[in-house]
Unconditional design. Sequence first.
Length: 555
Amino acid sequence: MINSSSSNECSPSPKGDDFLLELADEVSKRRNFAIISHPDAGKTTLTEKLLLYGGAIQQAGAVKARGEQRKVTSDWMELEKQRGISITSTVLQFAYGNTTINLLDTPGHQDFSEDTYRTLAAADNAVMLEDAAKGLEPQTRKLFDVCRLRKIPIFTFINKMDRPGQDPLTLIDEIESELGLLTWPVNWPIGSGEQFRGVIERSSREVFLFSRAERGKQSIEKRLQLNSNELNGLVEEELLNKAIEEIDVLDEIGAGMDMDLVHSGDLTPVFFGSAMTNFGVKPFLDTFLDMAQGPVARSTNDGPISPINPNFSGFVFKLQANMDPRHRDRVAFVRVCSGRFEKDMTVRHARTGKSIRLSRPQKIFGQDRAVVENAYPGDVIGLNNPGMFSIGDTLYTGPRVEYEGIPCFSPEIFSWLRNPNPSAFKNFRKGVNELREEGAVQILYDTDQSKRDPILAAVGQLQLEVVQHRLENEYGVSTLLEPLGFQVARWVEDGWQVLEEIGRIFNCKTVQDPWSRPVLLFKNDWNLNQLKEDHPNLRLSAVAPVVSGVDPITL
Ligand code: G4P
């Protein structure tokens, strides 16, 4: 239910001491994180193991089965199933001991990195997953850069230790020298590949022995003290001594453990393990939950807001249409930042100033959903979106607040989207507008009003194919893509007036974004640099400036 109201204040219900204690307690129990990795590093496998510990799924393989059964709990789109890649992110909430964990699932494929960037805006911690044989890979580096920008604490899990991999010191050195992150290995491997025998936990000096199980079966973890006689005969002396020597080197020349540096995103605790054989996953989870930061204060136009502020606030970080094709629904995912979210509460929508009663909030777990009664900072709720929410929107009770927006990333691929069938225009328009709104793709328009076809602007080619596929399957419209030969987009910060003063720009196409702002498209960086040389005062931005308080133009 949506009402307009003139005051910016949205009166909260009175909150007593009991409420404040409950809020502080719930906040202290919450941990939220996203996994960043390159495709194939083992994110799905690790997610499955983590969910098993939380009892969120009952059996291994429920998240991802082999062969015909191959299906990912967090993957629900037809196209995703067909291609076996994870396109859109989902939130998986589960309890582990006393902790409520929110795992923000992110797509691994680089063509969908925009979605991942937005999800990272809602994350308090990130787990960087590496394949021990491959080390840092391109997509991991890209996502790491976003974590760095946001100063998100990063925990590194070096996976597939049961297979031949790179030397562990080389892997550590690569993180330090290429990402500029300090490292603190929490455990250290004994041997690798066929000779992988387990890990030594540095703080306790305990050995966690790895026993090779059949493919897909769980390895049994046995723990022994490093000085235990039982170790002789179980681990080759040479391998053990090498691991101990390497730990000595780390103790001498490596960084010390410093939780402040972990929380500022400058030092990454490193864990070695094997998700597939479930080796080292539980110790990782336990230590991670110990070290990870809880829900943090987040920046608003009025300074940071603490999660234990009694007034509810949160922001929309993701929109998704037609999650459930049977219901044709549209869902806005909101990260709760402060206070307690309550079903049926009335909140204020900061961008429009409207009051909204949130009557059907949902908790979404893969394909399943349930009505949420309450949610706390660090949690994510799904709201039915009748078309009023945009990415970055703030919802609040109490005094007006607005969280920092989430920028769109610079598109690199541009294509006309043609609708060859005029009688399908209504559906075409609906589909384009909804997919733009959920951020599946950015939309630009020609400055010539008579050319009303939209230009799709994407980070990766697959993103365009998904839009076409969804238009066909969800809106019943077949479309054609007609590529434009541009690769670089720049927003003109000072608007149309400046462009008029410059006059004609060669090797460049001027288009407009949905907020009628000028965008210049170039074939390459060389053409862009030429314009910058000719007009040094022209202010250009690679990402669309965040808009507030204005509705976009639609098709
Ligand atoms: P992703 O989501 O990051 O893309 O990776 P995913 O979990 O799908 O894992 C990619 C492949 O790596 C899978 O093999 C998976 O079984 C394997 N894998 C994951 N963790 C480990 C590990 O610790 N050790 C070893 N040896 N392999 C691991 P696949 O053959 O592509 O698929 P599947 O037939 O096993 O499902």
